[in-house]
Design a protein. Structure first.
Length: 148
């Protein structure tokens, strides 16, 4: 096995990106960093490097355990990388997943039927049967209190 490998090849080999072209584009767009510095696709990496990959809105962090040039099965990936992404990033991802249908990104089109139902359930949550989250106190002697 080689001691160093191009970062775009490694990102594709360990299944972080679906194709090597997408991995290369991510590097060119500045979404891949090592030590806070944007890297080019040709940058070589070695075991021990910490790579940050920004897939908006989350920034994933990986420690390189070993290098590989060829794509591998998903079961082999833990031998080549350690996921050290902070838990806050996953919490952010969960919040986006829950509220993602409220703030739709431009260009995603109309909500699907499923998203519409989820939005309706979310907006009607904790409102009771009549849509109000408070109760009126009507007294029968209401008219007696008014002096005309």
């Amino acid at each position: 096995m080689p001691k160093e490998v191009r970062i775009d090849k490694w990102l594709w080999a360990v299944r972080i990106f679906k194709t090597r072209t997408i991995a290369t584009e991510a590097c060119k767009k500045g979404r891949v960093t090592i030590g806070g510095v944007n890297v080019k696709p040709s940058r070589t990496i070695k075991a021990g490097d910490v790579i940050e990959v920004r897939k908006p809105p989350v920034t994933y962090s990986f420690r390189v355990l070993d290098v590989a040039e060829n794509r591998m099965g998903a079961k082999l990936v833990p031998n080549f990388l350690e996921n050290i992404t902070p838990p806050e990033q996953y919490e952010l991802l969960e919040m986006i997943r829950i509220s993602g249908f409220v703030d739709r990104q431009k260009g995603l089109g109309r909500p699907t039927k499923r998203e519409g139902r989820a939005l309706r359930e979310f907006t009607e949550m904790d409102m009771g049967g009549d849509g109000f989250d408070f109760e009126f106190d009507f007294d029968d002697d209401f008219d007696d209190d008014i002096d005309l």
